[in-house]
Design a protein around this ligand. Sequence first.
Ligand code: DOR
Ligand code: ZN
Ligand code: ZN
Length: 434
Amino acid sequence: ETFDATGLHLLPGAIDAHVHFREPGYTHKEDWRTGTAAAAMGGVTTVFEMPNTNPPTGTVEALKLKQKAAEKAYVDYGLYGLLAEDNLDQLEGLIKGGVAAFKCFMGNTFGNLPSPSTGAMLEGFEIIAQHGLRISLHAETASIMALRQKKLMAAGRRDPLAHLASRPAVVATEAVARAAILAEWTGARIHILHISSGDELRPLREAKARGVDITGETCPHYLLFDEHAYTDLGSIIRVNPPVREKHHQDALWEGVKDGTIDMIATDHAPHDPEEKLRDDIWRADCGFPGVETQMPLMLTQVHAGLLSLTDYVRMSSTAPAKAFGLYPAKGAIVPGADADIALVDLNRRETIRAKDLHSRGKITPFEGFETVGAPVHTLVRGRFVMKDRKLVEDASGWGLSVTRIQNMPAPEPRHVDETTAAVTGAAGKGAGRS
Ligand code: DOR
Ligand code: ZN
Ligand code: ZN
């Protein structure tokens, strides 16, 4: 199949290390078809999907349900296994069963999964470290938040800013520092999800300097909003951890520029209006969709000169590919090498409209944002999943688990040298040639 890509830039597809697709359990918010359709429309060719579904992905049995649901995927995916207080005996089974990474909720959020004790975390880190899988942390300290929220509720605070007040930056910072110490002790690889404050950057930098295998992500909402959003958007902007004051936003941009923050991920967290739009902030669900809007929003920052295109590609694709082992670090294979591609028009102007999103969650704080730059075609392992800004409907089911792709035998390179073999996708993602 040939097509005209005149005027478009060829980028490796984005790898979103942080999405919630809600199936099984909460399919009124999202399912694997709608979630991965949104990814395809957003130039995202691989997603890592979170375990706070129902049942949570903390047992081998639950993993099988998740794998069944994921068969509809348009794009490739890694499944997160849950690391919790009570499932240490399941971790080996989850790894054998094909999880790509682990997620540990240190703080309370959607799904109400209790945070494990520091002791259970240490035990879990030890087990997982033996297999080299990365552990992604929702780094917020549950006990600090619980007490603060209780105090605020007793004082009658029901406004959106109370949500921010219940989770000051110390909540995240203490958790990042603690997770880094456990990683250092056990040799586990870790990833700090949704960095929302400047304060977290210090323990992150210090851990990197000590040689801890630690990476960190922030999300478009922390880079593009500050505390004024609470007045404008009410519960729509409620997210864990919260969007913070301007000085944090500025510090996060610094962290992006100096490389402390490794990745852009989205924390794609769709909710339905019933549970999201509430005057009582304590009753409103946290989060909003993001996987479809990440690339246009960030390319807009590139257009505005706040980020180079090279840095954007590193943060949206190369860094997550390396961190989650999607290709051998020393190998000739680079992200996008198995033809996971976003062809983007850097000058394309669009306005974000929630009603046009492919996610089932139609409530976004980015409503009305004018963007410059958008993916026009998305290819996953050489197949169009979005073409001319339209979803390729019958590509549902084309998406594969990254651990399965990694275990596929590498095909013989076809009568070509290494370089050409890499770009024509002779080898699967992560499949080294012998
Ligand atoms: O705002 C959030 N929503 N933060 C999380 O950590 C979880 C997510 C969700 O699953 O809704
Ligand atoms: Zn989280
Ligand atoms: Zn999340």
